[in-house]
Design a protein around this ligand. Structure first.
Ligand SMILES: [Zn+2]
Length: 203
């Protein structure tokens, strides 16, 4: 009697486990994806595996704004069509995507890679705040828009940054209150986000 080879089953379980670790993928979805990939052409699965490895191997952080990029400076920092007197401060690189999608903001960005959260032990040195203040030294920046998330950590971070930046004589603004409290920027719709940028207020 032929038994189902156990190594294959282990391989399946392993993929289910790994997919299950991804955000928004529960055990059921992980199983569905695994069996889909099992049936998919080998070429497709190879491209997927290569694409996953490639983002880890090729993507670095922009040396100016800390956006994700495959060259020293990201596309936004390298562009001649951006207003280089304004910096919009966001928590994560994907927040830039959300704001760029609205098409209304033409300045530069700065990615903090997190927000201050004393309860989670994330202090001012754990996010890219020093790197932000370094960028404000030469006097070319006239406005800093604080676009941290409209939740507790985001508000705390915005307040801290305002204390740090306002004394330098730089205009500090915060996205308008249209964004529902407790949400994250990347999930806001274009209309809400556009209104939030255009209606930004002095901190
Ligand atoms: Zn950049």
């Amino acid at each position: 009697m032929n038994q189902v080879p156990i190594p294959a089953a282990e391989a399946i379980n392993k993929l289910v486990q790994e997919l299950n670790k991804l955000p928004g993928i529960g055990p059921k979805s992980a199983q569905r994806l695994t069996y889909y990939l099992l049936r998919a052409p080998e070429e497709q699965t190879r491209l997927l595996a290569e694409a996953i490895l490639s983002v880890k191997q090729k993507i670095i952080l922009c040396s100016a704004c800390f956006n994700v990029t495959d060259s020293d400076l990201c596309l936004i920092c390298r562009s001649d069509n951006r207003d280089s007197s304004t910096i919009c401060v966001v928590e994560q690189p994907q927040d830039i995507l959300a704001l760029e999608h609205t098409g209304v903001y033409k300045g530069l960005y700065h990615v903090l890679h997190g927000a201050i959260s004393p309860t989670e032990g994330i202090g001012t040195n754990d996010v890219k705040i020093k790197e932000l203040t370094d960028r404000l030294q030469d006097g070319s920046i006239t406005e800093v828009i604080l676009a941290t998330n409209p939740n507790l950590e985001g508000e705390q971070t915005a307040m801290y940054l305002n204390h740090l930046i306002s004394p330098k004589g730089i205009r500090v603004t915060r996205l308008a209150r249209g964004l529902p409290f407790g949400t994250e920027l990347e999930y806001a719709d274009d209309t809400t986000l556009t209104r939030a940028i255009e209606g930004r207020q002095e901190f």
